[in-house]
Design a protein around this ligand. Structure first.
Ligand SMILES: Cc1cc2nc3c(=O)[nH]c(=O)nc-3n(C[C@H](O)[C@H](O)[C@H](O)COP(=O)(O)OP(=O)(O)OC[C@H]3O[C@@H](n4cnc5c(N)ncnc54)[C@H](O)[C@@H]3O)c2cc1C
Length: 478
């Protein structure tokens, strides 16, 4: 029996697990995917928004601004790279009024240090931006983070502090008796707890329906992206937005914490909640949008494309509440953008809702084991590490400079990588220019060796994505 079950190991479920791991509670996270950050928390822009965009008075507005303020210290504590690069909403002649509206809205939301910049100031900050840009709204508090590293760091810290995670386990039913939650049902059996947090992303409305609580509806809205090579590091310095449309913040161009340039996302409503395909039309729209902001951006340097699904709630705001119909059920649904930015503040709010149902006794929180990143060290320091562990001297992913030692570490961490995608989010192996063309067979062999499994059982992203149909071994094989 647990005190709290969290459904979903995205940024929201893992943030909630992290904050709840500060208390004497038995917490279980149940995730249908093979790892943390397998859904929307893996495929987004990674922006910690300033908070001028949401409607004043909404949960989105308040929690965005609060979450943004929490990020620097949280990332410092968790050893997750975070860059407060600032954002610019850029306008052409005739669009400046929209900047004034956003400025006033941002001030009402409590966003610090907003300012309108003229053309010269914009060009000194972003020399490659379109000369047609005449003004911009500057939000210095906006930043960028790796959303999957953040999710993983929160989850690992929660795990070190006693939170249990189970993967490849889909919640299929909710047991409710006497108008109170009793258990969640999965194909692998039932898990009993008096409190359940529904952090199931684009499926949260369906789970709320299973529990028989207050109804809400989620519309999945797809966002496609292009990722450009790291040799463009520095080409774009801020998160650069066009003026927003009623359904999205538009096609933006931004740096990533890893040094790539990211372009996107589109905004297309879809009916299939598993549809994360990219489309020729979507990618063409991204190229066109990018050209409007940075006419000379070398779009030939695309290394991959991907898409994610926004969980757009029908009434527009986050659904964060304890059910009045079913005691113990807490919804964290409709967490569309700026959900990543707001996540720490959402999690504190969720912990408060749990505190309204059960007595919370604080306990000291331990740190997760440090993450060793060879590429961050000066050459001289690397030598010492390689002497201690020669595997740090064997580079497996050449594009990103990831060593075998780091791969082996990732396979034995508090929440270990068990798949190729799992290694990718932990070490960046396979994320570079060749997208795994060079390192994938080596990664596959290391996973099989370290986990003591057949190479045939190694998957890209869990059951059904096995990489090999057969293989040849020296002196025999299959
Ligand atoms: C294109 C795009 C761009 C975005 N850009 C930004 C941005 O720049 N900044 C920002 O702040 N926000 C951004 N967002 C929003 C942000 O990504 C989301 O708010 C956030 O990732 C939502 O996290 P989550 O944990 O609610 O959902 P998810 O990450 O989707 O996690 C939900 C988890 O629940 C699991 N699950 C579902 N059903 C079940 C079940 N029945 N049983 C067990 N597990 C289940 C899923 O497998 C999944 O892992 C963007 C979103 C999109 C799509």
């Amino acid at each position: 029996m647990h005190d709290v079950i969290i459904i979903g190991a995205g940024i929201i479920g893992c943030s909630a697990a992290y904050y709840l791991s500060r208390f004497h509670l038995k917490v279980l996270v149940v995730e249908k995917g093979p790892d943390v950050a397998v859904a929307t928390s893996r495929a987004n822009s990674g922006i910690i928004h300033g908070g001028y965009d949401p409607q004043p008075g909404t949960l989105m507005a308040g929690l965005n601004v609060l979450g943004n303020a929490m990020y620097p210290q949280l990332c410092n504590e968790l050893d997750v790279p975070f860059r407060r690069c600032g954002s610019l909403v850029v306008a052409r002649e005739g669009e400046e009024e929209e900047l004034d509206r956003l400025l006033a809205q941002g001030r009402e939301n409590g966003v610090p240090d907003l300012a309108i910049l003229g053309r010269d100031e914009i060009l000194s900050r972003e020399p490659n931006v379109s000369p047609a840009i005449s003004a911009a709204l500057y939000a210095p508090s906006a930043g960028i983070v790796s959303p999957w590293e953040m999710t993983l760091a929160l989850a690992e810290t929660a795990a070190v502090n006693g939170v249990q995670f189970i993967f490849n386990t889909q919640v299929t039913g909710i047991q409710v008796d006497n108008e109170a939650v009793q258990a969640v049902e999965t194909e692998g059996g039932s898990f009993v707890a008096p409190i359940v947090i529904n952090a199931a992303g684009i499926f949260a409305d369906q789970l709320a329906r299973l529990a028989g609580v207050e109804r809400y509806d989620i519309q999945p809205r797809k966002g496609e992206y292009l990722l450009l090579d790291k040799d463009l590091d520095g080409y774009v310095r801020h998160v650069v937005f066009p003026v927003p449309s009623p359904v999205s913040k538009g096609i933006l161009v931004l740096p990533t914490v890893e040094g790539n340039v990211l372009v996107g996302p589109t905004a297309t409503d879809v009916s299939n909640r598993d549809d994360i395909s990219t489309t020729p039309e979507g990618l063409a729209a991204i190229r066109q949008g990018a050209n409007m902001l940075f006419p000379k951006l070398p779009l030939g340097k695309v290394i991959t494309s991907f898409a994610g699904l926004r969980a757009v709630p029908a009434d527009g705001d986050f659904v964060l509440r304890s059910s009045a119909k079913v005691r113990g059920w807490i919804d964290a649904g409709g967490i569309q953008s700026p959900g990543l930015s707001a996540a720490p503040a959402i999690a504190e709010k969720l912990a408060g809702l749990v505190g309204g149902l059960i007595d919370l006794q604080p306990k000291a929180q331990q740190e997760r084991p440090p993450v060793f990143r060879l590429r961050d060290l000066p050459l001289k320091e690397r030598e010492g590490w390689i002497k201690k562990n020669p595997l740090y001297g064997r580079i497996i992913c050449r594009c990103e400079g990831v060593s075998e030692g780091e791969i082996v570490d990732a396979l034995h961490r508090p929440i270990p990588a068990l798949t190729l995608d799992g290694l990718k989010i932990r070490t960046r192996s396979g994320s570079g220019r060749c997208q795994g063309g060079f390192c994938q067979p080596r990664l596959l062999a290391i996973i099989a060796r370290e986990l003591g499994i057949s190479p045939l059982a190694v998957t890209k992203s869990g059951p059904g994505s096995e990489m090999l149909a057969s293989y040849l071994e020296k002196g025999g094989g299959q």
